[in-house]
Design a protein around this ligand. Structure first.
Ligand code: GLN
Length: 390
């Protein structure tokens, strides 16, 4: 057989998805790959049922069905404080995973540099490789995951084409403050850099923290490609509905990339999802309350188990510090945790560029009983660890 491409040798399979397979092999409570185990809103399921009988079942417009784009533009304009044009400023994609890849391929030439905060959601590394971009990593330092302005400035001095901003952040649970975002905006402006955002947790933010859309900062819409999805907001990670919002000229380019990558997101699912995009503000308030309850319940359990962690400000992940345990690596720890304790987590090292091996990521987008089960198992962690972790 002739050799396969060089690029596939440059990255490994997703550790997050691998941990899901390990979770099922050991029958562990899967708190690794972040997705809910509860149903989407009933109204949305009814709309899906209707779409199954009434259609559409053929291709939608490649960059998104008109009614989906119109509903999305209304909703995002309301939350982002912008006036988004559904005709020219939106491209609907197969999840934000495709949105991010499309954004990278739209703005980057091979060899262009891209700033990535570390720790980072693992897709960005592969996105950079697949688009030929070279990441410049800027650390977000635990436990509070803040960045050093000098270090960020030095990264911008290398003249990157874009900066990737995951806010609220996966895996850290950090919500960037308006001040931090303004610092980034000033640098992006000074060095004429695109900002590609991943804002899939835009509606999962814990008071008093607030989500500020980067594109809504003065002068930033012109250089921002806002990527997000319906996955987390409506508990439909399997529907694969995502999008990019940006000025028309960027979207024009993105639509071409998207068309040849996937043609389009599923038409019946776009049709059904219009119902969700039309939900009133109360839906988002309830979502916030739901996740605040889950976060508080989960971290209380971590406290009771005597574990150290960084309190999440947003998203549904928590980074737990395992440095007190004697163990060869976070990967060994996570395998042991799934096999012996019965809870699956993601080794923190898969998110860091730096050599950080003392953190693991757990998520709490689960039913109360699932979280209670996981916490009960975690309450035995310490005594089980005394027998040795291997
Ligand atoms: N965003 C989720 C996570 O970080 C799921 C990722 C995925 O598998 N697409 O766990």
């Amino acid at each position: 057989m002739p050799p396969l491409s060089n690029r596939i040798g440059l990255f490994t399979e997703s550790v997050i998805r691998k941990m899901t397979r390990i979770a099922s092999a050991y029958n562990a409570v899967n708190l690794s790959q972040g997705f809910p185990d509860f149903d989407p809103p009933q109204q949305l399921l009814l709309a899906l049922k209707k779409a199954s009988t009434c259609g559409p079942h053929q291709y939608a417009v490649t960059w998104g069905a008109p009614n989906f784009r119109e509903a999305l533009a209304r909703k995002q304009s309301r939350f982002m404080g912008l006036d988004i044009d559904p005709e020219t400023q939106i491209c609907v994609t197969c999840g934000s995973t495709e949105a991010m890849m499309t954004a990278m391929m739209t703005v980057c030439n091979p060899g262009d540099k891209v700033i990535v905060f570390s720790p980072f959601y693992e897709n960005y590394g592969a996105d950079a490789i697949l688009s030929g971009a070279l990441p410049i990593y800027v650390p977000l330092s635990p436990p509070d995951f803040s960045f050093d302005v000098e270090e960020l400035t030095r990264a911008f001095q290398q003249r990157p084409k874009a900066l990737i901003l995951c806010n609220p952040s996966n895996p850290t649970g950090k919500v960037f403050t308006e001040n931090e975002l303004k610092l980034i905006a000033d640098l992006a402006d000074r060095y004429d850099t695109f900002v590609i955002t991943d804002e899939v947790y835009e509606h999962i933010v814990y008071s008093p923290n607030k989500h500020v859309y980067f594109a809504s900062l003065p002068g930033m819409f012109e250089r921002t490609i806002s990527c997000s999805s319906l996955s987390k907001t409506y508990s439909i990670t399997g529907w694969r509905l995502g999008y990019l919002i940006a000025p028309a000229k960027i979207i024009d380019g993105a639509r071409k990339v998207h068309d040849f990558l996937t043609v389009g997101a599923p038409a019946p699912l776009q049709e059904a999802a219009v119902t969700a995009l039309n939900f009133p503000d109360r839906y988002y308030e309830r979502l916030q309350e739901l996740y605040t309850g889950k976060r508080d319940f989960f971290i209380k359990g971590l406290d009771e188990a005597g574990l150290e962690y960084t309190k999440p400000q947003g998203a549904y992940y928590v980074m737990v510090d395992i440095s007190e345990f004697e163990c060869p690596s976070d990967t060994v720890f996570c395998e042991w945790l799934a096999r012996v304790v019965g809870v699956a987590a993601v080794p923190g090292s898969s998110f860091f560029k730096e050599d950080v091996g003392h953190l693991i990521r757990l998520h709490f987008a689960k039913k109360q009983e699932t979280l209670a089960d996981a916490l009960e198992r975690l309450s035995h962690l310490r005594s089980l660890a005394e027998k040795g972790i291997n």
